[in-house]
Design a protein around this ligand. Structure first.
Ligand code: ADP
Length: 541
């Protein structure tokens, strides 16, 4: 027997309409290239999304066309998120930190029709302009006309092109299966691949990610997304904002300057923030040096790469924050797990045992199914010991990449490329990315576990462990430490420090100091590049 409920389409338009009607007065604060601290409201943002829709109609944009953005987090980017998707086009966010050749590749692969860019990316785009074959116009997100002086008439200024257009727009009734946004993977190996989100997957992801024990944003929150809107829709936070009505604080390019980021967090009384560990490390350095606190902040979501325990403890113990260690990926919209609260069964454990659980990546949120399998695809037990390939499925997980014919699934499951264990509570722990796993004498060493143990040392703020060729063992761990104002440690001191923290055969064979550990376009340690940079290294024995 079929249920008899309405066939209501889950669209980003319904999210926007909700936000406009119920949270129209909610404040949106942004730092942009033309405003130090711009203030507007959801009502105005969605009105200007209507102006954009009129612009797209004028430009001949058709349903399903791709419109790209290359921009920091700010109110105009939010207008584009909703204006493009609700028009029926696809909002293609591009990561400006990608190599220019990759930007060229993805603009052409996506066949972008219009390109919206931040003023500070004009110099990045100018030399690429001729290579963007399908782009008809480049619109710079500013009111300052000077930035396009001398450029061709296919360049325009955002505030000019929407100035005379109407805020009311007769939004089309979209099918929830239509594409609403597009994000390419970082392409750390090979060319980036397009992940095409649907209206339905986006709405379900926003609902799923914002369950109380997952991300759990509330109406009274003031949310500062450090996670960029140019990568995986800023973890869905702009949609969650329109659903809940929380105040948004968009940091623009200030996100890279810890003192400025601190000022915004403090002065706007931010209660909730989210980003990758590297940003929290930089903020910590700034706060430590200047003896600063953030009395209003209560939650910090950390994901993208493993949260080092010393950093977790710093924010939890010294600042009283709920540090919510989450995991996900571009192909998953991105949220897969969150670790805000432990299950009741774990509440009787000692503080240290609880800390061990909280440092893991957390429990799958409703909507994401998970299993771990061995090399033959056989499911492994959830005993906290066995680790294998992490497979996922659910309504906001990829089925196939854009412009590819073959499915991305194996028997209906997506292989995340991560190696993980699941414990009896259902809490998942990433031990490594498959390509970063160290295989020593046929056994696996978790580079993340060794890094975490090393970085507990007060004189080692940032370190990576990579597998390097070894004549006897195949691979052995090499510890790479980023130079800081701290003293350099010997290998023996590090071995002594690791005693009892990791298995003795996991201890690195050598240690080297480097000026900078390279980061990927999404702010993770780029171990592939690090291995390339150290290709002349060889172990003594
Ligand atoms: P890319 O690195 O290509 O941009 P994503 O941004 O989609 O790809 O990153 C996804 C990957 O990041 C995951 O597969 C996992 O390896 C890693 N990751 C994400 N969150 C965490 C976390 N909390 N702990 C450890 N690794 C994480």
């Amino acid at each position: 027997m079929q249920g008899l409920m309405m066939d209501f389409q889950l669209t980003v338009t319904s999210v926007m309409e909700h936000g406009r009607k119920l949270h129209g007065n909610t404040e949106v604060v942004s730092s942009t290239s033309d405003h130090d601290r711009h203030r507007t409201t959801f009502g105005e943002v969605f009105g200007r999304a209507g102006k954009l829709a009129h612009l797209f109609a004028k430009e001949g944009i058709k349903r399903g066309d791709r419109i790209a953005t290359l921009a920091w987090n700010d109110f105009r980017h939010m207008e584009l998120y909703f204006g493009i998707s609700c028009y029926g086009a696809v909002c293609h966010t591009i990561n400006p930190r990608l190599h220019p050749d990759q930007i060229d590749f993805i603009v052409n692969d996506a066949e972008d029709q219009l390109l919206f860019i931040d003023a500070m990316f004009v110099d990045l785009v100018k030399p690429l302009r001729e290579r963007f074959k399908t782009v008809k116009k480049i619109i710079v997100m500013t009111s300052d006309r000077k930035v396009i002086e001398g450029l061709g008439n296919d360049w325009a200024i955002y505030e000019d092109v929407i100035a005379d257009l109407d805020t009311d727009y007769d939004w089309p009734a979209l099918d929830e299966g239509e594409a609403c946004s597009l994000c390419y993977t970082s392409g750390t190996t090979g060319n980036p691949k397009g992940v095409l989100y649907s209206h339905r997957s986006t709405v379900l992801h926003s609902l799923g990610a914002n369950q109380p024990d997952a991300i759990g944003i509330r109406r009274e929150d003031v949310v500062l997304p450090v996670v960029p809107m140019f990568h995986v829709n800023a973890w869905g936070l702009p949609y969650v904002a329109a659903m809940t009505g929380c105040k948004m604080v968009f940091p623009g390019a200030k996100v890279g300057v810890p003192s400025e980021l601190y000022k915004l967090l403090d002065e706007e009384e931010v209660t909730f923030t989210a980003g990758v560990p590297t940003v929290w490390q930089l903020l910590r350095d700034h706060m430590d040096k200047n003896n600063l606190k953030l009395p209003k902040l209560h939650t910090m979501v950390v994901g993208g790469s493993a949260m080092p325990p010393h950093l977790y403890r710093y924010y939890e113990e010294e600042h009283g924050l709920v540090v919510n260690h989450a995991w996900g990926m571009t192909e998953m919209s991105p949220i897969g797990t969150a670790n805000q609260t432990l299950p009741p069964a774990a509440r009787n454990l000692s503080k240290e045992e609880q800390m061990e659980l909280k440092l893991k990546q957390g429990m799958p949120v409703y909507g994401v199914e998970m299993k771990i399998v061995d090399d033959n695809g056989h499911e492994l037990p959830w005993d906290g010991e066995a680790s294998g390939s992490l497979m996922v499925r659910g309504p906001w997980i990829i089925e196939r990449y854009m412009n590819k014919d073959e499915t991305a699934l194996t028997h209906g499951w997506f292989d995340t490329g991560d190696v993980a264990s699941m414990d009896k509570f259902g809490i998942m722990k990433i031990t490594d990315r498959k390509k970063d796993v160290i295989k020593s004498g046929g056994e696996w060493i978790s580079s993340i576990d060794v890094e975490n143990a090393v970085m507990l040392h007060p004189e080692i703020p940032v370190a990576a462990v990579i597998g390097m060729p070894h004549p006897k063992w195949g691979e052995r761990p090499l510890l790479v430490i980023e130079r800081s104002d701290k003293r350099e440690l010997s290998l023996q001191e590090i071995h002594d420090w690791l005693d009892g923290k990791v298995a003795s055969w996991w201890k690195p064979n050598e240690v080297v100091y480097v000026d900078k550990i390279p980061l990927t376009a999404t702010g993770k340690m780029h171990k592939l590049t690090l291995r390339d940079q150290l290709e002349d290294f060889s172990f003594d024995d």
